[in-house]
Design a protein. Structure first.
Ligand code: CDP
Length: 217
């Protein structure tokens, strides 16, 4: 892409995509978009309106009316919203309504680090650099459980493990833009790495591939 740099960060639930993407954005001076928050915001609107998450047309209408302020709503990281977001995200109509928002964001100079499920495969297949961040499901469930408890949700570990496994399955098996590793993605397994080690590894690759002078501050 001319004049802008897009870095795609995809992967399954709670693999550490968001933390990595935020860190890379700060270090490169690129903007950051957590595309999951877009799906979560649509899920919140669907729940609030009492619509059926299985009704593609009703969900599409909510997606079309989404405004940037909706991404700031409280409670979007709650487990229930996460679960409904992966149901509404399976509708082709919903994805089509949201893809332009993401492309506009990425195309705005100087570019962006965008994390999600289909950024390197569908939204920005020509991204300058693609990461696929993953970890063993138990490690991911432990991280998400800690995160939810620290934010005040009363929830047991096995329910988190179950929800994550279900969401992974739904995200991977859906027909439209399923979660999958792009052929040209760099894979980072975060099972045994802390956030700092993941960031260092990724920034080394950014330096090698994109050149330190052009992006790293
Ligand atoms: O943070 P977490 O890994 O729990 O998920 P998220 O990134 O907040 O995404 C929530 C849900 O939105 C996912 O389970 C997907 O179903 C959907 N999503 C998607 O379909 N495509 C994206 N680019 C981002 C999220």
């Amino acid at each position: 892409m001319d004049g802008v740099i897009v870095i795609a960060v995809d992967g399954p639930v709670a693999a550490g995509k968001g933390t990595l993407a935020r860190h890379m954005a700060t270090r490169t001076g690129l903007r950051h978009l957590d595309s999951g928050m877009i799906y979560r915001a649509v899920a919140a609107l669907v729940l609030e309106a009492g619509d059926d998450a299985g009704n593609a047309q009703a969900c599409r209408q909510r997606a079309e009316r989404l405004v940037a302020a909706d991404l700031e709503r409280p409670g979007l990281r709650d487990q229930e919203i996460g679960s409904v977001s992966s149901r509404i995200a399976a509708h082709r109509e919903v994805r089509a309504a949201l893809v332009e928002f993401q492309r506009r964001f990425g195309a705005t100079p100087p570019g962006a680090v965008i994390d999600g499920r289909d950024i390197g495969t569908v939204v920005f297949p020509d991204a300058d650099l693609k990461f696929f961040v993953t970890a063993h499901v138990r490690a991911r469930a432990e991280r998400r459980h800690r995160e939810l408890v620290s934010r005040g949700e009363t929830i047991d570990f096995h329910s988190v493990l179950h929800e994550i496994s279900e969401r992974d399955r739904r995200d991977s098996e859906r027909t439209w833009a399923p979660l999958r590793q792009a052929d040209d993605a760099v894979v980072i397994d975060t099972t045994a790495l802390d956030a700092r080690a993941v960031a260092e590894k990724a920034l080394d690759i950014v330096r090698q591939r994109l050149g330190a002078a052009s992006v790293l501050s």
